[in-house]
Design a protein around this ligand. Structure first.
Ligand code: AR6
Length: 186
């Protein structure tokens, strides 16, 4: 599915984010920035040790206590097709009354802000927090899509935002939510 907002194309696809040829892919990391499972593990495995070295540097200098939830940092893309990796930390789902929606929105917003500050043109997101962190994907997709929509309505430098979903089911949920949020007809 493709939607245009303020001269920026939003694409919603099924795929593997580590295979995307974009300026930056976003990593659903944890505060340690030392890697993990899921999309984080896949990015570090394929991107190689350079990414981890840069993450260690960031921990040693900017975030000795770890990257707070909702914040984002950038490293190079190592051996990936993407030039950069933007690492962000989504919230762990705790039932919905622990500020999860705002924290998830911040993770998207702060990733987009870094992309803008580096003058990047294309960025790909995974479905942050909906794996190990158990954020219900129907709710998370609404936050993800509406946050990107609001950002793009105010900024016009990004040319392409891709949501890369890891299963057909997840893709369908995002597409359905996009129809509602962008007021599209089927
Ligand atoms: N490409 C695109 N999406 C993927 C890929 C991939 N290669 N691999 C997994 N996904 P998760 P979280 C999807 O658990 O919930 C890590 O251990 C996956 O199917 O990766 O934010 C970190 O170190 C799901 O839909 O991230 C943290 O400790 C989505 O990516 C913790 O997990 C997010 O699932 C973060 O949990």
């Amino acid at each position: 599915m493709e939607i245009e907002v303020n001269n920026c194309k939003i694409k919603i696809i099924e795929g593997d984010i580590t295979e995307q040829s974009v300026d930056a892919i976003v990593n659903a990391a944890n505060p340690t920035l030392m890697g993990g499972g899921g999309v984080d593990g896949a990015i570090h495995r394929k991107g190689g040790s350079k990414i981890l070295e840069e993450c260690k540097q960031i921990r040693a200098t900017l975030y000795p206590n770890g990257l707070p939830t909702g914040e984002a940092v950038i490293t190079s893309g190592g051996k990936l097709k993407a030039k950069y990796v933007i690492h962000t930390v989504g919230p762990i789902w705790k039932g919905g009354n622990s500020n999860e929606a705002e924290l998830l929105s911040n993770a998207y917003k702060n990733s987009l802000k870094i992309a803008k500050s580096r003058r990047l043109k294309s960025i790909a997101f995974p479905s942050i927090s909906t794996g190990a962190y158990r954020y219900p994907i129907e709710k998370a997709s609404m936050v993800a899509l509406s946050t990107v929509k609001e950002f793009l309505e105010k900024e016009d430098e990004l040319e392409e935002v891709i949501f890369v979903l890891f299963s057909k089911k997840d893709l369908e949920i995002y597409e359905q939510k996009a129809i509602e949020i962008f007021g599209l007809s089927k």
